[in-house]
Design a binder for this molecule. Structure first.
Ligand code: MRU
Length: 366
């Protein structure tokens, strides 16, 4: 995808050949700043402070974090420590552990003298594979949009999304946004309702930013507007990403996703979840019981960052002083509320059987 017309990914190796560069997403959409990660600790901080966020990008950053650790010390102890430190940064997105397990398996089998090059190569492969995975998710999801467009007689297909499951959350394309971009590139008229997604505003800040950069028509709405729009027939389908999906098809995603799924079910609006294989946690059965839900600082609820017109970016208090706040980062949408999954291997039912029809090789684990 592009920023100011320039093709970009969300993470890359810097001109020095070893530091890792990211777009500092805490500054978007007000400022575009690139930050350099020069140590495993920098990578861990970038994940926990949400300079990078979104399940696939968290995994890719962790993979490069391991590479940075190998640069300082390629011993077994250093590899173990990197996996432990990076693995403790955020609890809900399973791609983090998927990427760390992958790096550990790849490097653990090699001698320390080979680990540095191997680590950078494998991290780069994880990124390249994610790009292709997201492209394929888009190609399959495009079929849904094409079918809806045929019934709309030239009117735009209205799509509602929550949080940011766009290219900024991945390496390129995005998961939930990939079908939207591919439809737009094909000339199918689309319009996206963008949930603002409090408390961190990933919708208003990031999804709106990237859709705008790509020229996709969109409208930001407050988080509570989706149900009303669905009642009025103004949403043709919903598509969201996920941070962890169980083998039985329960979906953890940004807080508020469950309420959108409930409203969609009540109004007969299809509700799809786009996901790569790395987001499926084959070891878990019951999402509500088993998926760890991140709880973040209440300050994210009681304050908001924004830009003074023409001026600096500031944080302002928006709540009654002294009132406590609870800040749950994610919720779980039960499989029964999900119309289907859009994966790199195609579409399937949100169920164990559905997932296994696309990933039969996981039958023994699920
Ligand atoms: O807390 P974040 O910004 O890391 O959460 C990201 C999400 O929940 C996204 O909606 C997403 O779908 C998962 S990443 C494709």
């Amino acid at each position: 995808m592009r920023i100011d017309g320039r093709p970009m990914r969300t993470i890359w190796v810097g001109a020095d050949g070893w530091s890792v560069e990211i777009i500092d997403q805490t500054k978007l959409p007000h400022l575009f700043e690139v930050a350099a990660l020069r140590s495993m600790e920098d990578a861990a901080r970038a994940i926990s402070h949400m300079a990078v966020r979104g399940a696939p990008l968290i995994g890719a950053t962790a993979a490069y974090g391991v590479a940075l650790a190998m640069r300082e010390d390629a011993s077994d102890a250093s590899l173990e420590r990197a996996v432990a430190v990076l693995g403790a940064t955020r609890p809900t997105a399973v791609n983090l552990h998927w990427a760390l397990n992958d790096m550990k398996a790849c490097l653990g089998a090699a001698s320390p003298s080979d680990r540095l090059d191997l680590a950078y190569d494998r991290a780069a492969q994880i990124c390249d594979e994610d790009v292709e995975t997201c492209r394929l998710i888009g190609a399959h999801g495009l079929e849904i949009i094409r079918a809806l467009a045929e019934k709309k007689d030239g009117a735009p297909v209205n799509i509602l999304t929550h949080c940011n499951a766009g290219w900024l959350a991945c390496i390129d394309w995005g998961t939930a946004t990939s079908p939207i971009y591919q439809a737009h590139h094909e000339g199918i008229p689309v319009h996206v309702w963008v949930d603002e997604t409090r408390p961190r505003n990933q919708g208003a800040f990031l999804t709106a930013f990237e859709l705008g950069q790509e020229g996709v028509p969109h409208t930001i709405i407050v988080d509570n507007a989706g149900g009303h729009l669905m009642q009025k027939g103004k949403v043709d389908f919903c598509i969201v990403g996920t941070d962890r999906t169980t083998a039985s098809g329960d979906v953890a995603n940004k807080i508020g996703t469950y309420l959108k799924a409930l409203a969609a079910a009540d109004n007969g609006v299809p509700f799809y979840v786009a996901l790569p294989h790395s987001t499926i946690d084959w070891s878990l059965e019951d999402g509500l019981r088993d998926i760890p839900i991140e709880e973040r600082d209440g300050r994210e609820v009681t304050a908001m960052a924004g830009r003074i017109p023409g001026g600096e970016v500031v944080e302002v208090d928006i709540a009654a002083p002294g009132s406590p706040a609870a800040n749950y980062g994610f919720d779980v949408t039960p499989a029964r509320l999900v119309s289907g999954f859009v994966t790199e291997r195609g579409l399937c039912d949100a169920s164990r059987e559905g997932l296994l029809s696309l990933y039969p090789e996981r039958a023994r684990e699920a």
